[in-house]
Design a protein around this ligand. Sequence first.
Ligand SMILES: C[S@@+](CC[C@H](N)C(=O)[O-])C[C@H]1O[C@@H](n2cnc3c(N)ncnc32)[C@H](O)[C@@H]1O
Length: 246
Amino acid sequence: MNNNQPRSIFPGEVFARTADFDKGIRQLIPKYDEMLDTVVVCLPARVERILELGCGTGELSLKLLERFSTAEILAVDYSPRMIEWAESKIKSAGYGDRWKSSELDFGDWANNREVDPVGKGYDACVSSLAIHHLSNEMKEKLFKKIKNSLKPEGVFWNADPIALESPQLTEIYQTVREDWTTKQGATLAQVRAKIGTSNDYGYSSHDQLATMEEHLQMLQTAGFVSVAVPWKYYGLAVIGGWIDRS
Ligand SMILES: C[S@@+](CC[C@H](N)C(=O)[O-])C[C@H]1O[C@@H](n2cnc3c(N)ncnc32)[C@H](O)[C@@H]1O
């Protein structure tokens, strides 16, 4: 793992140094673990093949591998630094034989009809804190691609920031975030000082938040027959659904 990293990072990497991610994200994102745990608990017990989009340092992968003792994951990320970090943690935890990674931009994957390095036949697709870097048009394309990669009755859960219902609630959420970070023993300013400068990459750029209703609509348009929001906390939500039997 290389700590002498350049300050220019991919959208979604968040911190200039990958080594700061696991602690920093828990200081920055209220209830980060609870949100990821919701994704895990919403997967069917029989899940075997999981596709993860934007795996980062592997925190969601680790939770999945721990709970589903025979499941295999293909974890996708466009950042080689994040994949390297995740791989090292997953191997140390003893899960290396059930976890594979692919250095891939899921925006490209959504747009490309010719080549499919991800394949099909997944029981589940999951993602956390990654898809909101795409425009709504691209999110919809991605949701269609995800739908087509799933087996009948497959499931997709996305834990991501969402646009809040009103400016007043957005202001309240800001206070909630400050209080959260204080309780973790830091200030938002201290944590934000560790954030890197990202350049747009492929189809991903700064936060492009959709409302909860837009997410649900996009999922339905993509072919998810049953959609749901099992968890929401101010500007964060776990949103997804199931496809049909055929
Ligand atoms: C904030 S991190 C979250 C990582 C992990 N899912 C978690 O919750 O801890 C977002 C990750 O998504 C990746 N990412 C964002 N957009 C992507 C894209 N279009 N293709 C592949 N990876 C992407 C970033 O490189 C980063 O590692």
